[in-house]
Design a protein around this ligand. Structure first.
Ligand code: PAF
Length: 281
């Protein structure tokens, strides 16, 4: 597995890969890799001749300094996992390499970032878009793989690529869960044993919410799930939104659009977790 830290070396090397007619698949990550990430690598390996993974904890997408400071960093085990997955190359730049000067780009995502994560984490998606666009320019992938757990991020990236005619095919990949249903996330390792035990309730409640559709009106479903989460004193409920899968705008009635997804964010102690479930597709 090749490891690169410098942008120019990475770009030049990948130019030679592409000149040989090989297709390049790309999995951007912030490290602390788990089976969810490895499933993206595996999908890329199946669909491309050459797979690149980036590991970069992007400072400009964190809206809380403490979250950036505490974000897990596990380079040695990340490398081992990537090697055994068969990944061909890792790009691991420093902050100075990625941002030698402050970046002021402001993206307009229309209404896509006015809800859910965008509403609760101001500036987050702008930071994601800046780094993803820069990584795409460096890696020049044919396909890039994103997990559906970060459903709003996926929608924003798809919008970014379409609006700016970026020649990368975005491949959405299913959520990978632990045996007890908890969606895999790099943040899970920071849960205390007691919080980890409580965490599967997030997906259990999402599944119950899905069973209630459409017997309960949309608004009542939202109220019901909030009450259910509030029964767990260790869980701090942040939002539960039932939205149109394409526009991400809140839905008022079940018949309003064809594809509907429910997205949730909660805090367990110091850790913020998100998850989602498709209600109607
Ligand atoms: O989903 C993530 O891990 C990050 O937001 C990404 C896409 C690697 C950009 O930093």
């Amino acid at each position: 597995m090749r490891v690169f830290e410098k942008i120019s070396e990475t770009h030049n090397f990948l130019k030679t890969v592409k000149a040989r007619g090989l297709s390049v698949g790309f999995v951007p990550t912030m490290g602390a890799l788990h089976r969810g990430h490895i499933s993206l690598i595996e999908q890329s390996l199946k669909e491309n001749n050459f797979t690149v993974c980036s590991i970069f904890v992007n400072p400009i997408q964190f809206n809380k300094k403490s979250d950036l400071k505490n974000y897990p960093r596990e380079t040695t085990s990340d490398f081992q996992k990537l090697k055994s997955s068969g990944c061909n190359m890792v790009f691991m730049p420093s902050n100075d390499e990625m941002y030698p000067e402050p970046v002021n780009t402001q993206y307009d995502f229309g209404q896509l970032d006015k809800v859910m994560e965008g509403k609760h984490r101001p500036g987050h998606f702008n930071g994601v878009a800046i780094v993803v666009r820069k990584l795409f320019e460096i890696i020049m992938p044919d396909k890039a793989y994103f997990g559906e757990k970060d459903f709003q991020q996926l929608a924003i990236i798809q919008y970014l690529v379409k609006k700016n005619n970026i020649p990368v095919n975005i491949v959405p990949c299913p959520i990978i869960r632990e045996n007890d249903g908890l969606a895999m996330s790099s943040r899970n390792v920071r849960l205390t044993p007691a919080e980890r035990k409580e965490a599967p309730v997030i997906f259990q409640l999402l599944k119950q919410a899905k069973e209630k559709v459409p017997s309960l009106p949309v608004e009542a479903s939202g109220k019901w799930i909030k009450e259910e989460f509030n029964k767990y004193p260790s869980i701090k409920f942040e939002y539960f939104e039932i939205v149109d899968m394409e526009t991400l705008q809140p839905v008022k009635e079940w018949g309003e659009c064809k594809k509907i997804i429910a997205c949730v964010a909660v805090h367990l102690g110091k850790i913020r977790l998100i998850d989602n479930i498709i209600l109607i597709s």
